[in-house]
Design a protein around this ligand. Sequence first.
Ligand SMILES: NC(=O)c1ccc[n+]([C@@H]2O[C@H](COP(=O)([O-])OP(=O)(O)OC[C@H]3O[C@@H](n4cnc5c(N)ncnc54)[C@H](O)[C@@H]3O)[C@@H](O)[C@H]2O)c1
Length: 322
Amino acid sequence: MTRLLVTGAAGFIGSHLVEAALAAGHEVVGVDNFDPAYDRALKERNLAAAVEHPRFRFHEADVRDRAAMTALLDAGTVVIHLAARAGVRPSFEQLTDYIDINVNGTAAVARAALDAGVSRMVFASSSSVYGESTPLPFREDAPAIAPVSPYAASKRAGELLLDALGAATGLRVAALRFFSVYGPRQRPDLALHTFCRQLAQGEPVTLFGDGSAVRDYTCVADVVRAVLAAADWTATAPAGVTAFNVCGAAPVSLRTLVTTLAGALGVTPDIRFAPLPAGDVLATAGDPARARTVLGHEPRTNFSEGVAAFVAWFEEAHAEQH
Ligand SMILES: NC(=O)c1ccc[n+]([C@@H]2O[C@H](COP(=O)([O-])OP(=O)(O)OC[C@H]3O[C@@H](n4cnc5c(N)ncnc54)[C@H](O)[C@@H]3O)[C@@H](O)[C@H]2O)c1
């Protein structure tokens, strides 16, 4: 059994991770401040099952509160830092919030970890760090020096900050570059969730670009297995940051996404088109080789199965609200 501190525990990925870590026998301390980026009630519902578990403790706290973080840590804890403002598009308008939470928040968590003698950390990074100029499929040794959104810049800044600290202190960090995560409890702002809502309500679906943009959709069930594998691996990892792509079984176009969703919902989609917004990249596809070789991680969920699981959750959540 390992003691894990999970920041962002009430969020989409965090709440699945908490449940998987408890099922794997770990002791879990969860932290979340119910950031107002989306509805608090959704996050409370995410945690409803976990809060009953005897090996789970939850603290409503802000990761930027270094003293609060230090109080929750001991030297044997593995820190899994997921808390962030997530999402590309709002990061232009909400620039200072993104930098404050994602960069200063990561600095505060890292400082608190070092103060407590923690030596192992997993950091939620993003495929967006690769920007538009990295050749496909993205490999972790690409320079990743041209992010195209403040969000991507904040995630790359987090990686660089942790790498510098690792070199100086011996902190061992796995930075997991998640690729378009989807599944039950997905954030309401993400494209797959928005399309599903529009299709279910019989509204037209607007695709940016010509619908051929591809994303490497990754099911949250596979993501949490990768996080737990990375947490184990930090026991023997080198100092500093090692980046890993956490990507899906195969990239999928926006059109295929919509037709798969429509099929699972049993509706016919009415598709419209609009120009690609700033900050969006045309294609993401990760090279999974490093995660496979070093972490022994392999995505298991194929896209139609994952979408079916999402739609089943969506329909149940929707039925509860009415
Ligand atoms: N979902 C994706 O497709 C995706 C892709 C790449 C990277 N990521 C990263 O994975 C992580 C989790 O993403 P998610 O989709 O679950 O998002 P989410 O918004 O559902 O979860 C993030 C959680 O962090 C919490 N939080 C925000 N600021 C905080 C603060 N100052 N103190 C404490 N808690 C705070 C929020 O309340 C939220 O519950 C994020 O770091 C995100 O950037 C997600």
